[in-house]
Design a binder for this molecule. Structure first.
Ligand SMILES: C[S@@+](CC[C@H](N)C(=O)[O-])C[C@H]1O[C@@H](n2cnc3c(N)ncnc32)[C@H](O)[C@@H]1O
Length: 218
């Protein structure tokens, strides 16, 4: 069935194609009410509520001041679409994902392709930030199904993230949330504040996730 027919039929019933991933279990590409989503068993990865959550964070920032953004956790690339189409951000975006299957899906199913202003890498975000490259903004959107892997709440990761940020940069962290990570979040907030970031925490964005916004003022 071609894409137009799938879109049409999806108003009558959802259509789902499952693709196994070694990281996220079955990835589900679902057409529903004329729109295509990337989901896992328990979570929306791209083009659904996840995209709205990051849109909410980006609204709080004046993107015209920034020249480069790093997205950790590319998924299907919905925040790239948000940045380009909703916020008219035309400058350099670097994005990465640990899962080659996801990158393939972003390209073949969602039309996300590399060009001179979009670099796509297949790497573990935890090690990527050890390189200490400099970006004006970092969006941290790292999930395996509905959980943020433990290591992304740890000090080692956050110390490196801060070394990758320019002097007036921003960080948006999509922090899930389970109540159980409240302590970890408080530690991250403290560390960021000690290093000159102003923090805002938004709870229950889209009725689910906690979003952390950190602005560096030097
Ligand atoms: C919610 S999705 C990202 C959605 C994406 N930001 C968007 O705009 O559509 C979470 C992604 O994090 C990726 N991920 C999980 N652990 C990772 C890691 N250690 N390094 C890089 N990517 C990782 C997953 O493969 C998944 O694609």
């Amino acid at each position: 069935m071609n894409e137009n027919l799938k879109k049409y039929f999806s108003y009558v019933f959802p259509l789902t194609k499952k693709i196994p991933s070694e990281f996220s279990g079955n990835l589900e590409i679902t057409w529903y009410n004329g729109k295509k989503y990337l989901n896992t068993k328990n979570a929306n990865y791209s083009y659904g509520s996840l995209q709205k959550i990051l849109h909410f964070g980006l609204e709080k920032i004046s993107l015209k001041n920034y020249n480069s953004i790093l997205i950790l956790g590319m998924g299907g690339g919905s925040v790239i679409q948000t940045l380009r189409n909703d916020f008219h951000f035309k400058k350099k975006i670097t994005t990465l994902d640990i899962d080659p299957k996801i990158i393939e899906i972003a390209k073949s199913e969602f039309g996300i392709h590399e060009n001179e202003n979009l670099e796509i890498l297949c790497e573990d975000a935890f090690h990527f930030v050890e390189k200490k490259l400099i970006f004006d903004g970092i969006i941290i959107d790292l999930f395996i199904d509905s959980n943020v892997p433990e290591k992304f709440y740890k000090k080692d990761f956050w110390k490196n993230v801060m070394k990758n940020i320019s002097k007036n940069g921003f960080i948006i962290f999509n922090a899930s949330l389970e109540n159980t990570i409240q302590n970890e979040l408080e530690n991250i907030q403290k560390l960021l504040e000690e290093n000159g970031f102003q923090i805002s925490i938004f709870e229950k964005v889209e009725n689910t996730n906690t979003l952390v916004l950190a602005l560096k003022n030097e």
